[in-house]
Design a protein around this ligand. Structure first.
Ligand code: NAD
Ligand code: WQD
Length: 342
C-alpha cells in the first residue's frame, strides 16, 4: 500500500481527492490548518469511504512542525493543495499570499529533499496563462503577465518546482492547471465551503437559491459571446480529483517522459454565466433571482482549455457535464447548514 501526504486535504478539491485515494487503496495522511475548512469534512470523508485518514493540524509555513510529520512517515508521494485562493483578497493582501503560498511550498520541498521523497503533484491554475492570446489555451501557451498576486504565486510555484526537479536527481513533479472547478461529491457529504461571501459563481448561485443571498449579480452582459455573458471552462470536482489519481499513478509507475510535467485540467468546453444559471434552474427545477450588473474588474471575456495533451498523455478525460455539476452543487448546498450546526 502506497503512502500519500495530502496538504490541504480537508479543503474543497483536496477532500474529493482524498476520497478517491482511499477508494483506490492508498494510505492517506492529511495536513491542514483549517484556515479555510472545517473538521467535519474529516468525519464525512470517513462516512463516504469507511476509513479515517491520518490527520495533522499543522500550518505548512511552520517548518519544524511539518518536518516532524515527515520524520514519522515515509511518503511515496505528496499532493500539495494547501494554499490561499481568493483572487480579490490577494490583491488587497499580497503579503499574506506570498507568505502562505510560497513558504508552504518551500518548506514542503525542503522536507521532501531531506527525506528523499520522490514525487509531488501541485495544484496550479489556468490563471498562470494570464490573458492568453488565443483560445482554447494549451500547455504550449506562454505564461503572460499575472492578473493578481494569487496568480503570480502559482506562476512562481511552478518555476520553483521545476528548479527543484532540475537540481534533485530523484525528484519528479506534475503541475495540474485547473480551470473552473465546480460541483460536489455525489453523496452530498463534501463540497465547496466558502467561509464568508463567495467570490465564485457557483457557490453564489447555490447560496442565492438557498436564500442566504438575495440575488445573483451577473457581471457583464455585453461581452462578445453568444448571450453577452462571460465564458469559462467548468470542470466537475470529481473529474478533477480523478486527474490527480491518474497523475499519481503515472509518477509512481515511472511513466513520466520528463522530470517536470504540467497539464491542463478542464473539459475543453466553454459555458457562459447564463448557460450555468439555466442549467442550474433546469436540473434542480428552481427559479433563481438574478440581475445584470457592470463587468467585474479584472475579468476576462472567455477562457477555456485545450486538454488534448492531458487526455492523451495522462489518459484522463472528464466525464460529467454541466447538469451533473449543478445538481451535485445544489445537493451539497442543502446539506451545509446541517453540518455547520454539527
Ligand atoms: P480550499 O481553500 O478549499 O482548500 C485549501 C486547504 O488548504 C484548506 O483546507 C486550508 O485550510 C488549507 N491550507 C491553506 N493554507 C495552509 C497552510 N499554510 N497550512 C496548512 N493548510 C493550509 O481550496 P481548493 O479550492 O480546494 O483549492 C485547492 C488548491 O487548488 C489551491 O492550491 C488552489 O489555489 C488551487 N486551485 C483552486 C481553484 C478553485 O477554483 N477552487 C482553481 C485553480 C486552482
Ligand atoms: C466565473 C464567471 C464572473 C460571480 C476564479 C479565479 C481563478 C480560478 C477559478 C483559482 C465570471 C461571473 C461570478 C458572481 C458573476 N481559481 N460571476 N457573478 O473569475 O473565472 O476564476 O476562480 O485558481 O484563479 O480567478 O471564476 O467563479 O469567480 O467567475 O457573474 O457573483 O462568473 O464574472 O465570468 P473566475 P468565478
Amino acid at each position: 500500500m502506497k503512502d500519500i501526504l495530502v496538504t490541504g486535504g480537508l479543503g474543497y478539491i483536496g477532500s474529493h481527492t482524498v476520497v478517491q485515494l482511499i477508494e483506490k487503496n492508498y494510505n492517506v495522511t492529511i495536513v491542514d490548518n483549517l484556515s479555510n475548512s472545517k473538521i467535519f469534512i474529516l468525519d464525512n470523508i470517513e462516512k463516504i469511504t469507511g476509513k479515517r485518514p491520518h490527520y495533522f493540524n499543522i500550518d505548512l509555513t511552520d517548518y519544524n512542525k511539518i518536518n516532524s510529520c515527515f520524520s514519522k512517515n515515509k511518503f511515496d508521494g505528496v499532493i500539495h493543495f494547501a494554499a490561499l485562493k481568493s483572487v480579490s483578497e490577494s490583491v488587497n493582501h499580497p503579503d499574506k499570499y506570498y507568505h502562505n503560498n510560497l513558504n508552504s511550498l518551500l518548506n514542503l520541498l525542503r522536507c521532501m529533499k531531506e527525506n528523499d521523497i520522490k514525487n509531488i503533484i501541485f495544484s496550479s491554475s489556468c490563471t498562470v496563462y494570464g490573458q492568453p492570446d488565443k483560445l482554447p489555451v494549451s500547455e504550449k501557451s506562454p505564461f503572460k503577465e499575472a492578473e493578481s498576486p494569487y496568480a503570480r504565486t502559482k506562476q512562481m510555484s511552478e518555476n520553483i518546482i521545476e528548479d527543484f526537479t532540475n537540481s534533485i536527481s530523484y525528484l519528479s513533479a506534475i503541475s495540474l492547471r485547473y480551470f473552473n472547478p465546480v460541483g460536489a461529491h455525489h453523496s452530498g457529504l463534501i463540497g465547496e465551503l466558502p467561509l464568508g461571501t463567495p467570490d465564485n459563481l457557483v457557490p453564489y448561485i447555490t447560496q442565492t437559491a438557498a436564500g442566504i443571498r438575495q440575488e445573483l449579480k451577473i457581471f457583464g452582459d455585453d461581452y462578445n459571446t453568444h448571450d453577452g455573458t462571460a465564458i469559462r471552462d467548468y470542470i466537475h470536482v470529481e473529474d478533477l480529483a480523478e486527474a490527480h489519481i491518474t497523475a499519481l499513478q503515472r509518477m509512481i509507475e515511472n511513466k513520466m517522459k520528463s522530470k517536470y510535467e504540467y497539464y491542463n485540467i478542464g473539459t475543453g468546453v466553454g459555458y457562459s454565466v447564463l448557460d450555468v444559471v439555466k442549467s442550474f434552474e433546469n436540473v434542480n427545477k428552481l427559479k433563481l433571482n438574478y440581475s445584470f450588473s457592470e463587468r467585474r474588474s479584472g475579468d476576462i471575456e472567455k477562457m477555456f482549455s485545450d486538454c488534448t495533451i492531458s487526455n492523451k498523455k495522462l489518459g484522463w478525460n472528464s466525464k460529467n457535464g454541466l447538469d451533473e455539476m449543478m445538481s451535485s452543487a445544489w445537493k451539497w448546498e442543502k446539506n451545509i447548514s446541517k453540518f455547520l450546526k454539527g
